[in-house]
Structure formats: C-alpha cells, structure tokens
Design a protein around this ligand. Structure first.
Ligand code: ADP
Ligand code: MG
Length: 423
C-alpha cells in the first residue's frame, strides 16, 4: 500500500484477467490518421510488460480524443501497433469495447496475452461525463455499461492512467467500486514524483507557470505558495498576462480581448488578492513580445506596451531573469510555455527558458502536452529530471484536491482485500 492505494506488488496476477486502464491519448495527424507523438504509449510499457510477464491476461482500456470538437477523436487501432513494437510482442486489437465480440476476445485470452479494446469514449456514458455534462457518483458509474459488461470478466482492475486521474468517468472511477484495484507502475511513479515536489522539494524550489490552463494554474499557485512548496513562481503565457493586468499594467487591447474571449476575464479581478498576499514570490514579466502590422516580432517593456498590442511571448529581459532563477534553483516545476511557441516569431521566450531547464543542475519536473512538445522540439527530453504524462491532472493534483481516480482507488483499497497482505 502506498498513498492509501494498493500497488501491483500486493497481487498475484498470474492466470488472472487484469483490466488495465491506460492513458495513451496522443495527438493524431488528421491527414494521415497516424500518431504525432508516442510518449504516453512509451510511458505505459513498464506496467503492461510486467503484467504480461507475470502471466496475466491483459485487457487494456483507453480513450483517444473527445467529441467536443472531434479533434483527435479516433480509434485506438494505431496505438496497438505502436505498443506491439515497443513491447516486442503482439498486442491484439478489437474495434469493440463492451459488445459480445470484445467479451469473447477477453474470455479467450491466454496467460501473458495482451488485448487493446477500442476507444472507450465511443461509449456514450464515458463521453457524456467528459467535462461533466452529466454527473454520476462513483456508485452510479459502477452501473454503466462499460463496468457492467467488463467487470464480471476481470479479476483485478489496474489504473495506470495518471494523466487522466482528474477525470470522473466510468472507465476510471467505476471499476474500483466492484473489483479489487491497484495503481500501475507509472501511476505510482508520477504520484511519488509530484507529491515529492509538493511536500519536500530541495530548495530553492521554483515554479514556472505559463500556458493557458488559467483556472487550475491560479488554484495551484495559491496552494503551492500558501503551503510553502514554492519559493518563487515565474509566470508567463496567458497566466502572466492576466497577472500583469491584475497589477494594473497595460497589456494591450488584443491581449485583453483574448482573455475576455477565452472567458478568463474574471481572473484579472480574482487574482488580485493572490498578488497582494504573495507579491514578493510571484514574478511577472518585465518585458514582452507582440507582432507589428507586418507580423514582425517587436518587444516592449511592461509599462510601454502599445495600446492595441497582443502580448504573445515574454521578452529578452524577462527570459534572462527567469534563466538566472532556474540556474540557481534546486528544484524546478514547469507547466505551460512562456508564449505562443508554435510560431517562430513568438517562441523565443519558451526556447530560452527551456534551454535553462536543460542546463540547470536543479531537479526539473515538467508536465503538460504543449510543454512536452516544446521539450521534444528543442531536443531536451533527456535533460529533464522527470517528464510527467499528465497536464491537467498534474496541475489539478498540485492544487491539493484529491483527484477522482485517487479517491476511487483508495475506496477500493479499503473495500477489497489483496492477495498478499502486508506484514
Ligand atoms: P500544457 O499543454 O503544457 O499544459 P497549456 O495547454 O496550458 O500548456 O498552454 C499551451 C498553450 O498556451 C499553447 O497553445 C500556447 O500557444 C498558448 N499560449 C502561451 N502563451 C500565450 C499567450 N501569451 N497568449 C495566448 N496563448 C498563449
Ligand atoms: Mg496543452
């Protein structure tokens, strides 16, 4: 037991049917239908390999994209191929999740065999719970099709989907109501790294917060500053722009419009108390970049930003300031790029800060889809201390909230006995 959750060490999985929920959600190239990244598939390999090698019949359950904009909403067929190659053994795929074909395939698995079912968000109950259009308690989630059809075929549920641990959905929180459950190795590792940063970081501990996940970023900032984990928070991206506006700085009409259109306007007001309380620890950009009428990069000091500008990156002076802070830190936690790094005109700040992350002797923990993309783009993957598969889950975890999947796994730990009780 670790963090109130059972681990794989506590179960004899040989000969058992293990339903393992992974997060292998990856960006898909819409033109070719191929995966643009495979980092999450790589990350789940240790758990899948261990289950298979220990003789379990492994049934993998995963989601891919969502129907909110039908972006990346796709079958998990390509994932099975990639996983097969990474494991060096066959991963069977079936374009079914809970139907008779899926259930028959599960029943026919032999020890050590691996089967990946299709995108679990093709099941309506899973999908309608996405972004909480429908609310179901964990007990109700246990009554959904996916749990009712699959749980009777399984002996153990394993959740390795740390990146989806903030999602309150049947494939993540329902099985724990009816099956003995454990976290997978990746889940355990990410939980351990992230709670380590939260509870006992080597100091100075610097948080670098950029990007666009505004509401969670502010909640998290409050938690890590009031709890004492963060000695300093360096801000950029949309988060930085909002804080600058909260401080009363002129950030340009286009920046303000973008904040309003993204429905983040209220944060300009609501972050004022945070600035008042922790002003000394929250570092704001001192200069920023915008594009002129010809689409060329221009920089201005904060205080001298043109009235209509849209701030899309931190400036050179801020990048230098942040680089120095990162180089003299002992722990650095990073989520969110410093600007619109997807465009060459506005990638400077992110690139400079990321290079400092690669250079520093500090233990660096980084998470978030776009932050990972930047790390790959700048060839810095091997230079980071730990790269989390989670983005949303990671910062939600750092707000101090008990994530739905953690709550469900703890419930199962209290409800169902293990094969090898400790002691
Ligand atoms: P992650 O995926 O690493 O968790 P987010 O998704 O929160 O990061 O934020 C990344 C997005 O934020 C990128 O698409 C980037 O273009 C955007 N972004 C960064 N800075 C700005 C800015 N100043 N204005 C608008 N969007 C920004
Ligand atoms: Mg993102």
């Amino acid at each position: 037991m670790r963090f109130g959750i059972h681990t794989l060490d506590e179960y004899d999985v040989g000969g058992k049917t293990v339903l393992c929920r992974v997060d292998i959600n990856q960006p898909v190239d819409p033109a070719t239908g191929t995966l643009k990244s495979i980092n999450r598939i790589q990350a789940c390999v240790p758990t899948v390999r261990e289950l298979s090698q220990r003789g379990a019949k492994v049934v993998l359950l995963a989601h891919q994209g969502s129907d909110i904009e039908y972006k990346n909403f796709y079958t998990t067929f390509p994932h099975a191929k990639v996983l097969s190659e990474l494991l060096g053994r066959e991963v069977r795929f079936l374009d079914d999740v809970t139907g008779p074909a899926a259930r028959e395939a599960i029943r026919s698995l032999k020890d050590g065999e691996i089967l990946l079912l299709d995108n679990v968000r093709f099941c309506s109950e899973e999908q309608t719970l996405f972004e909480m259009k429908l609310k179901l308690s964990h007990e109700q989630q246990a009554k959904t099709q996916v749990v009712q059809k699959l749980a009777p075929l399984a002996d153990l549920y394993v959740c390795d989907a740390f990146a989806a641990a903030h999602r309150d959905q049947p494939s993540l929180c329902g099985f724990e109501q009816v099956l003995p459950s454990a976290m997978g190795r990746l889940f355990e590792q990410e939980f351990c790294v992230v709670s380590g940063v939260m509870e006992s970081p080597e100091r100075p501990c610097v948080f670098v917060l950029g990007g666009a996940k505004v509401s969670d970023a502010f909640l998290m900032m409050e938690t890590v500053l009031s709890g004492g984990a963060a000695d300093q928070v360096l801000t950029g991206g949309l988060v930085g722009n909002i804080l600058l506006a909260a401080k009363g700085e002129q950030i340009g009409g286009a920046s303000l419009d973008f904040i309003q259109k993204s429905n983040y306007g209220e944060f300009i007001e609501s972050s004022k108390p945070l600035l008042a309380r922790f002003g000394g620890k929250i570092v704001l950009p001192t200069d920023a970049a915008y594009l002129d009428a010809d689409g060329k990069r221009r920089e201005a000091k904060i205080g001298a930003v043109p009235a209509d500008a849209g701030l899309l990156d931190i400036g050179h002076e801020t990048a230098k300031l942040y680089t120095e802070a990162i180089l003299s830190a002992k722990t650095v936690f990073v989520n969110g790029p410093m600007g619109v790094f997807e465009k060459p005109e506005t990638e400077y700040g992110t690139k400079a800060v990321w290079q400092a992350l690669g250079e520093t002797k500090a233990y660096t923990v980084l998470g978030g889809g776009d932050s990972i993309t930047a790390t790959e783009q700048y060839g810095l993957v091997s230079k980071m201390g730990y790269i989390c598969t989670g983005g949303g889950a990671l910062i939600r975890f750092l707000t101090g909230e008990e994530l739905p999947v953690v709550r469900a796994l703890r419930h199962a730990a209290k409800t169902f006995p293990t094969d090898k009780p400790k002691g």
